[in-house]
Design a protein around this ligand. Structure first.
Ligand SMILES: Cc1cc2nc3c(=O)[nH]c(=O)nc-3n(C[C@H](O)[C@H](O)[C@H](O)COP(=O)(O)O)c2cc1C
Length: 355
């Protein structure tokens, strides 16, 4: 197990074309939210409990009937083929070996059915595209292939503009189109790319449409405020995911580490709350759990591990995070996830003691 995530990133960068590495690394705008998402975890300090008998530490949980050994999942990230020749096939196999939940992206670069064949615990991330029929057929395919929930990305009405890479990313048309049902010739036709772009006009009404069509729980990803959590639940969402899209959408948006408490309080146990953004070690996983997350997801860490080590890399990363979490729980005096509560963290007194 590589000890530090920086090592995975460095190893990945040595193998990737610079434009591919920058595609994964980039944030939008001035990349303020990108940097803040990682740094914000340091705003929270532990107030560990002593003398609690941590000879056995249990990191397992259940989400929508799925038993998981760890609360660390793989976030949906587009275009794994840019990171590794086997693309999502390799990342899925690594996650499966670790027993981790895997969220497959709408913009996966291997066929949904082939990736799903490697997985027993997975959710499907949905971008509602301008072509609503195409969106529906992707959802149908995910359901038939065994997805256990849908993740509706709510923070991408348009795609945030990013300063890097300066040029095009080295992704083939075949990889881009693999799940979109368009032939290459059709994709060159005027308007074809627009049909596969995100629909900027969607509202919370799509939650009910997706739930009804799929029969699956729908979680809304990208929630950073209490009133949005409430609105999503009222519209039929089964849970929410606190995220600022890894700092790739609205630059300057709140860090997930600063938003999780408010959102989790609003949800108040009515469904699972997940979080992603800047989670880089077991201690930040523990902080997220203490602030109200039921589970966390990692985006770039999984990509760097995939690029550097393929299936094995993704397995090592996820298993390493689980072990780090177990160690942090033991040192904090928490024996199981239900004991990872708000009392174990304080906003850094050096920063004024309040978020
Ligand atoms: C290169 C890249 C592509 C992404 N593609 C998607 C996507 O297709 N759908 C989505 O919902 N989120 C996408 N995300 C956001 C991730 O799901 C996640 O919110 C983010 O990466 C978490 O931050 P982290 O990278 O610090 O772990 C992407 C993130 C990155 C870095």
């Amino acid at each position: 197990m590589r000890q530090r995530l920086l090592d995975w990133e460095a190893a990945a960068r040595s193998r990737l074309e610079p434009a591919a590495a920058d595609f994964f690394a980039a944030g939008s705008g001035s990349e303020r939210s990108l940097a803040a998402a990682v740094a914000a975890w340091d705003d929270w300090c532990f107030a560990p409990r002593v003398l609690t008998d941590v000879s056995v530490v249990d990191t397992t949980l259940e989400l929508f009937g799925l038993r998981l050994p760890s609360p660390v999942a793989v976030a949906p990230v587009a275009f794994h083929a840019l990171a590794h020749a086997e693309g999502e096939l390799a990342s899925a196999s690594g996650a499966e070996r670790a027993g981790a939940l895997y969220v497959m992206a709408t913009r996966a670069t291997r066929r949904i059915e082939e990736v799903a064949a490697r997985l027993s615990r997975w959710w499907f991330q949905v971008y509602v595209l301008n072509d609503r029929g195409l969106t529906g057929s992707l959802v149908d395919r995910a359901v038939s292939a065994g997805a256990r929930a849908l993740v509706l990305t709510g923070d991408t009405p348009i795609v945030g503009r990013k300063p890097r890479p300066a040029g095009p990313i080295p992704l083939s048309n075949e990889d881009y189109l693999v799940n979109l049902g368009l032939e290459l010739a059709e994709s060159a036709a005027p308007g074809a790319r627009e049909l596969t772009a995100e629909d900027p006009g969607i509202t919370e009404e799509v939650i009910g449409w997706l739930a009804e069509r799929s029969g699956l729980p729908v979680l809304v990803k990208g929630v950073l405020r209490a009133d949005d959590a409430e609105r999503c639940l009222s519209a039929g969402a089964a849970g929410v995911i606190v995220s600022n899209h890894g700092g790739r959408q609205l630059d300057g948006a709140l860090a997930p580490a600063h938003a999780i408490e408010e959102v989790a309080a609003a949800v108040d146990g009515r469904g699972p709350v997940l979080l992603d953004g800047g989670v880089r070690d077991g201690r930040s996983v523990l902080k997220a759990l203490c602030l109200g997350a039921d589970a966390v997801m990692v985006g770039r860490p999984a990509i760097w591990a995939l690029a550097a080590g393929g299936e094995e890399g993704v397995f090592e990363l996820l298993e390493g995070l689980r072990l780090e979490l177990a160690e942090a729980m033991a040192l904090a005096g928490a024996r199981r996830l239900s004991e990872c509560d708000r009392s174990l963290v304080r906003f850094d007194p050096a920063k004024g003691g309040r978020p």
